[in-house]
Design a binder for this molecule. Structure first.
Ligand code: CAA
Length: 289
């Protein structure tokens, strides 16, 4: 399959990442079905698109025609068979749970056309952990976007041992056609490139906070004003979700068995209290209702 053969993209999951990947692909001219089992999540995603697209017109980033076309390209539904049945490329962006993803890939393999690529946007689950439930492992890869996906230019395309050259090249081309600057990883590694680098920063920031050296606000301020990052590590975890930080660290700890990889006490406490950041209204910062 060539890039021009991709007409329809199916995005599985309308959460933090899925809704933005869907809108992005619709803006870039693809027909998109965003599918989720949770009707409320779909309504939220639809509501975001309804506000976001006119907002882009008001900011003169899209013409009215482009916004209308993007809206017409978008479809939100709860039926995976309908959403993926005529898709050329599927991006799975469901909850970070391996068993769930394996079930989704098994089902996708049954309902998506044989030529369709099945990619996962997972932040840490490598595609070889889901490729084996499909009859098309050569067409399975990681395609990892960053939050907010409508804005961040990087996409990590990770080639598993099963991924064909053609699939990796197609995922790179699709990312470019979504106006991204993709990077290609030649082999699977836990955390890929970005989350490995980010974890080093987050771990040190959490250590400094747990030691009472400085407040989250001051650590963020130092990182922004001394290192030039657009936001500090605590603001960023509030954006990406402290539940994700917890799962990423737990997964790494399970893999290495190294106590240094365990989530910090602050992360565990926030995870248990459901203070997961912007999505629950409170994380390291308070977002009110
Ligand atoms: N959704 C969509 N667009 C958004 C947005 C959001 N949540 N937040 C901001 N934007 C857009 C704005 O519309 C604006 O677009 P235009 O310039 O085209 O009009 C642009 O981003 C800048 O927005 P603002 O001026 O309001 O705010 P800002 O300059 O502070 O930028 C930010 C906000 C883009 C989020 C910036 O702070 C940033 O780059 N932060 C770092 C984000 C980051 O590091 N992401 C990676 C996270 S790690 C990850 O995702 C890994 C993983 O596995 C989960």
């Amino acid at each position: 399959m060539k890039i021009d053969d991709i007409r329809k993209v199916c995005v599985v999951g309308a959460g933090n990442m899925g809704h933005q990947i869907s809108i992005l692909a619709a803006i870039r001219g693809y027909r998109v079905s965003c599918v989720d089992v949770n009707e409320k999540q779909l309504q939220k995603a639809r509501g975001f698109a309804e506000k976001y697209l006119p907002g882009r017109v008001a900011k003169k980033k899209l013409t009215e025609d482009q916004a209308r076309q993007a809206w017409d390209n978008l479809e939100f539904n709860t039926d995976l068979k309908k959403a993926a049945g005529d898709a050329d490329f599927v991006i799975e962006a469901a909850t970070e749970n391996l068993e769930l993803k394996r079930k989704i890939f098994e089902k996708l393999d049954q309902v998506a056309p044989p030529h369709a690529v099945l990619a996962t946007n997972s932040s840490f689950i490598v595609s070889s952990m889901v490729a084996d439930v499909t009859s098309r492992p050569g067409k399975v890869c990681n395609m990892h976007f960053f939050n907010p996906a409508l804005v961040m230019k990087c996409v990590e395309v990770v080639k598993g041992p099963h991924t064909s050259e053609e699939t990796a090249a197609l995922a790179m081309e699709l990312a470019r056609s979504l106006n991204k600057e993709p990077v290609e990883l030649q082999k699977e590694i836990y955390g890929f490139l970005v989350n490995r680098i980010l974890s080093a920063i987050n771990n040190e920031a959490l250590y400094l906070l747990d030691q009472g050296v400085a407040s989250a606000q001051d650590i963020d301020s130092a990182v922004v004003n001394a290192l030039g990052h657009p936001m500090g590590p605590f603001k960023l975890q509030d954006l990406t979700g402290i539940d994700l930080t917890y799962h990423v660290m737990m997964e790494r700890y399970r893999e290495t068995g190294d106590p240094a990889d365990k989530p910090s006490p602050t992360v565990v406490e926030k995870y248990v209290k459901k203070e997961w950041g912007q999505k629950t209204g409170k994380g390291f910062y308070d977002y009110g209702k």
